[in-house]
Design a protein around this ligand. Sequence first.
Ligand code: F6P
Length: 359
Amino acid sequence: MKKRVGILTSGGDCPGLNATIRGVAKALYARMGDNVEIVGILNGYSGLINGDYKEMSEDDFRGILTLGGTILGTKRTPFKMMRVVEDDNVDKVAAMKKTYQDAKLDCLLCLGGNGTHNTANLLSPVGLNIIGLPKTIDNDIFGTDVTFGFHTAVDIATEVIDRIHTTAGSHSRVMCIEIMGNKAGWLTLYSGIAGGADIILLPEMPYDIDRVCEAVERRAKRGSNFSIIAVAEGAMNVEEARMKRKDWMAKRAEQGFGATATNRIAQAVQKKTGMETRVCIPGHMQRGGSPSAYDRVLATQFGSYAAGLVADEHYGVTVAMVNRHVTANPLADIAGKTRGVPGDCDMLNVARAMGISLG
Ligand code: F6P
């Protein structure tokens, strides 16, 4: 029986989105031939709400394995607003269902992170046949050991840390490198270890600035004329950790736009240790460009597995890697949860064993 399969990419982009789209499409065409039609929904859930979609052909999926970004476009459409009717008077969930029906879809593949999965889990109960695919450089989707995009971002952030080493050494400076990850520190932890950072600060482990400075001074006493601090974007200090998120965010906002954790750490380190300090923010570069070989393989594994789910009409699930096997988790089991770095994580113990300070 002929199937019409919708695909969308939602939330922040990352390397591996196109490789996953290609994985799904190639496996679907290989399996179902003329019995499959693919519909690309443009700019994520925004396209689904507004009826922006296009018919795709096999040609559209050629030559995109190595391409960064997403050929479908993406947008952040916050989950918390999905049930809220705004000034435009649009019931977003009803509008998404209407587009799905108008496009005569049999199922919809949603490639995205936590927000995308939360919305996917809203659409399933209203009758849409959904399959999720776990994308994010943050690696924080519950129920999967890894998400596509993460390892490429680790490679990019590691290269940043590598390059910063030589300039830090030349100038005898402390370099604070801000790595993406607001709520989850996986990217900072992995790239920090891969790049040989001396201090790694994660959102899950509030830091004490005195301990950070002690670690810098300890290194200086042992003859190292520089230090590298890998700071997750969402790192917070012990005082902030005791406050409500909205309160410390308001406090930072009062201090001005530049009062990020990284800037404040750099200032405090310079003041307390007397060592010249600089900040480096690779920012969205961590999400740009071609996926690594690891992510191409993962994207292809996930994409081809999703094609099998379509063929088997196994819906209401998201693809996952569990103990090195690709599988599917019910959307309802993973929505609303995130996977931060747990205190007993093996990789934290590796960092500790290496004498890396965690603040
Ligand atoms: O979720 C991925 C991510 O890159 C986070 O690490 C980061 O905090 C956020 O997106 C940045 O979002 P935006 O692209 O909207 O600036």
